[in-house]
Ligand binder design. Structure first.
Ligand code: KMT
Ligand code: FE2
Ligand code: NI
Length: 218
């Protein structure tokens, strides 16, 4: 019991909790490459509070020594992340690179958290806020980000075209993406067939996700 409490104390140490994360509301300029920053002019930052409201979590751990870090181990133990693998996204290392880049950037949800720890390189995770606006979150070496289940999101490389990330999961991983356009189509055909939203529950993963409410009224 004592050792468990010590674990929790280390894990909660403020030095490793994020105070800064570069995140901003996006423009909707589709003529520009997805790898650009897409900041509004003037820039409209998303605060840590904005992200906390959405259930997005963030920590930093030194990626050169995380394997020996008691804080990292404690975070994993507390959150139950017993699965890990690495994923390197670059033209040289990823089979079906173009296809993958495209599918990462399709707006989707998952039935579980998406946990990514950036070991090298960088990229952007975009998440929808409560009013369906895109927030772009810059993830760099040392950043660990947790997107809650049921939040609409997408991923893109930035213009450096390289990220190496550790993927964590609780139990046997389920990576299935449910693309928003497909959900929309299924809901509207279900609505047409039944006059009501029979397919709705299948996609309603999380009470945290405000979009499912809007979706049910679509
Ligand atoms: C940064 S990891 C690569 C992207 C990915 O795994 C995802 O979008 O789910
Ligand atoms: Fe995802
Ligand atoms: Ni994913």
């Amino acid at each position: 019991m004592q050792s468990f409490q010590a674990f929790v104390a280390v894990y909660s140490a403020p030095a490793h909790r994020s105070i800064m994360l570069d995140a901003w509301y996006m423009d909707d300029d589709t003529t520009m490459d997805q790898r650009e920053e897409h900041r509004l002019k003037p820039n409209k930052p998303a605060t840590l509070e904005d992200l906390q409201t959405l259930g997005v979590l963030h920590w930093t751990f030194d990626a050169d020594s995380y394997e020996d870090s008691p804080e990292f181990a404690a975070m994993r133990a507390e959150r139950g992340y017993d699965y890990e693998d690495t994923c390197t996204v670059s033209r040289e290392t990823m089979p079906n690179y173009e296809e993958k880049i495209k599918s990462f950037y399709e707006e989707h949800i998952h039935s579980d958290e998406e946990i990514r720890y950036c070991l090298d390189g960088s990229g952007y995770f975009d998440v929808r806020d409560g009013q369906d606006r895109w927030i772009r979150i810059k993830v760099e070496k040392n950043d660990l980000i947790v997107l809650p289940e049921g939040i609409y999101h997408r991923f893109t490389l930035d213009n450096k075209n390289y990220i190496k990330a550790l993927r964590l999961f609780k139990g046997v991983p389920i990576w299935t993406p449910y693309n928003r356009c497909v959900i929309r189509a299924e809901l509207s055909s279900a609505a047409a067939a039944n006059g009501r939203m029979r397919g709705f529950n299948k996609f309603c993963f999380s009470a945290k996700n405000p979009h499912n409410v809007a979706e049910s009224q679509a």
